[in-house]
Design a protein around this ligand. Structure first.
Ligand code: PBG
Length: 315
């Protein structure tokens, strides 16, 4: 092996075009999904700077701009008018996400419409499934999640993304929707980094926490088991969430599975960098590009990120 002085790695770092040429991982707007919150009102999200809730009309206007900027995919979250024990707002025909899909689908034939499939934004207790006393009834929840996914597709969704972490939800959705791509939140951890999202969606659990269904942050082998099951149940894409604190999980999945992988750069990750940038502690654009590059380098083919719109203007 030739060493210094013959080998000088700095030779390839000398100029920008040279660095561009040899870069191993580059960001592209094609690899980003922009989350949108559809709601009956257009309240600003106090904890997610720059990301207001959108009415259905607001979502149409926002998608016009996203398409103009080159963003090719959005994921819709719904904040319903009313919540109940069963989370019926998730699957009813005139639910907020269903109405948004019907408005968006004909207007944006080229825009990929993904939906988050979960009950937590719609249940009065804020859990991701329905309750049997104080515990989550897995199998009853799975039935409602599949019903939700079907109603999304009927309203125009291209891709469904179950984020509830119930056992067997991918199989149930696959059974109901043989032709719809499923992006499974396979390794979704019980994380402190969802705080701003829950505040925006009013979906914090009213008692207990999500640790009986979301994963323990200490586990990576279990994440691989979750993935194995999701593959067997018919998932098309596997996802890790959050992203930045779970890059090793992403890498372990990349090494083991050949399916496309996604990562969710969550609300707490967004809020942290926004706050640090607002305080003058770091350059937001550079920090975001570095973070997103890290997520892609660790193995994600595409990333759900609240910066998708801004990034489209930066890259
Ligand atoms: C719904 C869902 C959540 C997020 C995505 N889908 C909230 C949660 O699990 O509490 C979090 C997204 C984010 O923090 O950006 N279950």
């Amino acid at each position: 092996m030739s060493v210094y002085p013959a080998t000088r790695l700095r030779r390839l770092r000398e100029s920008a075009p040279l660095r561009d040429l040899v870069r191993e991982t580059a960001l592209s707007v094609d690899d980003l999904v922009m989350p949108l919150f559809v709601a009956p009102d257009a309240l600003p999200n106090e904890r997610l700077p720059g990301l207001s809730r959108l009415t259905v009309d607001g979502a149409v206007a926002e998608c016009e701009e996203l398409v103009r900027l080159g963003v090719g995919a959005v994921i819709l979250f719904g904040i319903p008018e009313a919540k109940d024990d069963e989370g019926s707002g998730a699957w009813i025909d005139d639910g907020i996400v269903q109405r948004a899909l019907r408005a968006l689908r004909p207007r944006f034939p080229e825009l990929l419409l993904l939906t988050d499939v979960c009950l937590c934004e719609y249940t009065s207790h804020g859990h991701c499934g329905v309750l049997d006393g104080r515990t989550i009834d897995n199998d009853a929840s799975v039935e409602l999640l599949a019903r939700t996914a079907v109603s999304h597709v009927e309203a125009g969704a291209d891709v469904v993304c179950p984020s509830d972490m119930m056992d067997g939800r991918v199989a149930a959705i696959r059974d109901a929707l043989p032709r719809t791509p499923i992006v499974a939140y396979s390794a979704k951890y019980a994380s402190a980094f969802y705080g701003p999202f829950r505040d925006a969606a009013g979906s914090a659990p009213s008692f207990g926490d999500r640790r009986s269904y979301q994963m323990d942050p200490g586990n990576v082998r279990e994440a691989l088991r979750e993935c194995e099951l999701d593959v067997a149940e018919g998932a098309d894409v596997l996802m890790v969430k959050p992203a930045l604190t779970y890059l090793d999980v992403l890498r372990a999945m990349r090494d083991r599975f050949d399916l496309p992988l996604a990562a969710y750069n969550v609300s707490g990750e967004y809020a942290m960098l926004k706050a640090a940038a607002a305080a003058g502690d770091l350059d937001e654009r550079a920090a975001v590009l570095e973070s997103l590059t890290a997520i892609r380098r660790a193995g994600a083919d595409f990333v759900f990120t609240y910066w998708a719109k801004e990034l489209a203007g930066w890259i």
